[in-house]
Design a protein around this ligand. Structure first.
Ligand code: AMP
Ligand code: GLY
Length: 417
């Protein structure tokens, strides 16, 4: 089976790496990156946007296309590929609104009775200013559209909320969701859906801020771990029953069935599990830790989901937790510096870790940084302590100037259990 992976970050490296290990699968990627090139044939799209990817597909003629990032999904890549007869895994444009519009996601949650933070939608500057006077603090402000992690502000008092309204309005437009701040433990719960049936993946946890102990500005994710204890069986059942199945049924009933990976960003609160956000794709860096633990059945499951036929399909999981530590460039997240030479990846892999590439490129002198999040060093272990040690052993072999990473990935789990 020929599979084309769309994207070129750490998540797509993990997808391509896993698929390349499945019997009978050859992997192509567009645009890919130097790490993905070890598992797949990488093709740069001849022009930007969905049309460029369509041209790649016309030349590769894949049996299945798997779309990694949200931007092409929101731009309608699935609709376009299906229109040309290609089998593709990922929601159609209308279903991708679950991630593209926070207001739409909140409406779906309200209508499908999915537990989430209490909220108000504001459409103008004056409405937003009035609303922040009425809410209690802290409160959370979210721009409506895609904002690559920069559209959410937690405000602790009214002056901070006013500054946030001004900043969000000028950068991202007037439509914002203002919502109650939820206390609890975050978890990422992702399912593979064929439009009606789902296969849940193991729960994982992202580490959003740049520094240890959840301090500093938010990033795209500085690391993740995956451990069967992040959610209890009762919590998993509650999430399937109250979040996932209602969302899938609702999307299907309104004529925009959801096919692909549905990601629920959750807060586990004393009052039960509540949804912070939906994403319409696998998480990054959650995927790196998740796919390190899958040992078979991945290509088959993706093909079955894209064909609307997940009945009887299973994934084969390794027992034992996994950890992904992200190595970020100097200046990330504000102003990532690029062009720093990278060394030690081979040594890290010799130590047993898998190093997924996110922001790397080949320069005249070899591999160098090309983005904010550069590498995801990933390892499993018999228990969480071992998985953490194995990942950080890999990290210690790698060097580039200004390299930043958190030293506490997975440590919350060690404290909890
Ligand atoms: P989102 O993009 O909606 O997931 O928000 C990004 C991050 O902001 C989340 O991962 C949480 O850490 C935090 N966050 C979002 N909404 C809330 C909320 N209602 N209460 C507390 N924290 C939140
Ligand atoms: N790790 C969070 C995300 O992928 O949105």
């Amino acid at each position: 089976m020929k599979i084309l992976v769309i994207g070129g970050g750490g998540r797509e490296h993990a997808i391509a790496w896993r698929l390349a290990r499945e019997p009978g699968v050859t992997v192509w990627a567009s645009p890919g990156n130097p790490g993905i090139a070890r598992s797949a044939t990488c093709l740069a799209p001849p022009r930007p946007g969905v049309d460029g990817y369509l041209q790649v597909a016309e030349s590769v003629q894949p049996d299945l296309t798997v779309v990694g990032p949200e931007a092409p999904l929101v731009a309608g890549i699935t609709d376009a590929f299906q229109g040309r007869g290609f089998r593709v895994l990922g929601p159609e444009r209308k279903a991708a609104q679950l991630e593209a519009s926070k207001i739409f996601a909140k409406q779906v949650m309200a209508e499908a009775a999915i537990p989430t933070a209490a909220y108000r939608v504001t459409q103008t500057f004056d409405q937003a200013m009035e609303c922040i006077r009425e809410f209690s603090y802290p409160l959370v402000l979210k721009a409506d559209g895609l904002a690559a992690g920069k559209g959410v502000v937690i405000a602790h008092d009214q002056p901070e909320a006013e500054r946030a309204v001004r900043a969000l309005h000028s950068a991202l437009g007037p439509r914002i969701v203002i919502e109650e701040f939820l206390h609890g433990e975050e978890a990422s719960f992702i399912v593979l859906s064929d439009g009606a049936k789902v296969i849940p993946l193991e729960a994982s946890q992202d580490h959003k801020t740049i520094r240890e102990n959840d301090e500093g500005p938010n990033t795209g994710g500085m690391g993740a771990y995956c451990d069967g204890r992040i959610l209890t069986p009762a919590q998993t059942a509650e999430i399937l029953d109250r979040v996932i199945h209602p969302a899938i049924h609702y999307m299907s009933a309104r004529g925009t069935p959801f096919t692909g990976f549905l990601y629920a960003g959750l807060m586990v609160t004393p009052q039960g599990v509540k949804v912070l956000e939906f994403n319409v794709r696998l998480g990054d860096p959650e995927t790196q830790s998740l796919l390190h633990r899958i040992q078979g059945g991945f290509a088959n499951a993706l093909y079955a989901a894209a064909s609307g036929n997940l009945a009887g399909v299973d994934l084969d999981w390794k027992t034992g937790p996994s950890v992904c530590v992200v190595l970020a460039s100097a200046g990330y997240p504000e102003q990532p510096r690029i062009g720093d030479p990278i060394s030690g990846i081979q040594e890290a892999e010799d130590s047993g870790a898998v190093v997924f590439h996110a922001g790397t490129r080949l320069g005249p002198a070899g591999l160098e940084t090309s983005g904010g999040r550069v590498l995801g060093v990933t390892a499993s272990g018999g228990d969480l302590r071992q998985a953490i040690d194995n990942a950080y052993r890999g990290v210690s072999a790698i060097h580039f100037e200004g390299m930043q990473f958190r030293k506490d990935i997975g440590r919350k789990g060690l404290k909890r259990w």
